[in-house]
Design a protein around this ligand. Structure first.
Ligand code: FPP
Length: 255
């Protein structure tokens, strides 16, 4: 996915903004328990951070933002926490809908819907339909999402179902490859998130718990991304290459 050149204010904005940013929002529970509070408070604070990130990324010119909100493995959590999260997602969707529309942000949910509570399924349908015309940024929220299940499904259908390497395997939509994967909460792993789409993604692992993620830290990650040399398996390319022992002094390398 090509990156966007951002030409507006140079104050805090990097020269190159990743086109597709994916975020594993980890550390809500630890944020809460380290303060002697129940885990759900961490999720509530996390929802505030989600709002900030969405606004910030849209402002910077990120064109695709994908957030991991609920892994298919998160069903192993206590029923109360799972129920709380689904209620939070639904109320957040409803409360943020006007803002998403106003800012031209298209919202899609990726993952299974057949196990989600009906009010959430309905809130998703409304939000997707009402934001469908958004052109500024495509926000995807992964709910009951498993990258391995997506791949299993594609393989079960047969090799023809496997998409081209630079497209995605969500089963219901085609995602562009991830340019930058950010994980908060101190762990250094991808878990089960966009495994196919993260080929050649740049990775940033932050020790901060998700509710504490400041936009200045995200700016620093973007600034670091802008400095990375993304070669996709190639060597740093000179404009021409010498072919020893031939009469052809130089060739323009194939891209
Ligand atoms: C991981 O932290 C976080 C989750 C499983 C839930 C993510 C949900 C939010 C950020 C809230 C709002 C989201 C939206 C899309 C409105 P954890 O609970 O695993 O934290 P821990 O590792 O410290 O226990």
């Amino acid at each position: 996915m090509p990156t966007n050149r951002f030409r507006k204010s140079a104050r805090t904005v990097p020269a190159v903004v990743p086109g597709h940013v994916a975020i594993i929002m980890d550390g809500n529970g630890r944020w809460a328990t380290s303060r002697g509070r129940p885990r759900w408070m961490g999720h509530v604070r996390g929802a505030h951070t989600v709002k900030e990130i969405v606004t910030h990324c849209a402002r910077l010119g990120v064109s695709q933002l994908t957030l991991y909100a609920f892994s298919s493995d998160n069903w192993k959590r206590p029923r109360e926490e799972v129920g709380f999260l689904f209620d939070l997602f639904a109320s957040h969707l409803e409360r943020q809908l006007a803002s998403l529309i106003k800012h031209g942000i298209r919202l899609s949910i990726i993952g299974r819907r057949d196990r989600l509570p009906q009010p959430l399924v309905e809130a998703i349908a409304v939000a997707e339909q009402r934001t469908a015309g958004g052109k500024r940024m495509h926000l995807r929220v992964a709910v009951d999402y498993s990258s391995r299940v997506s791949m299993q499904k594609a393989l079960a259908v047969g090799p023809a179902a496997m998409p081209a390497p630079d497209t995605a395997l969500t089963g219901e939509t085609i995602l562009p490859p991830v340019d930058l994967l950010v994980r908060t909460g101190g762990e250094r792993r991808l878990s089960d998130f966009l495994l196919w789409e993260c080929a050649y993604a740049e990775l940033a692992f932050l020790d901060v718990n998700f509710p504490d993620l400041a936009m200045s830290e995200l700016d620093a990650v973007f600034a670091d991304f802008a400095k990375r040399d993304r070669r996709y398996g190639a060597v740093p390319a000179p404009e021409t290459i010498e072919i020893p022992g031939t009469n052809t002094p130089s060739l323009t390398p194939a891209r």
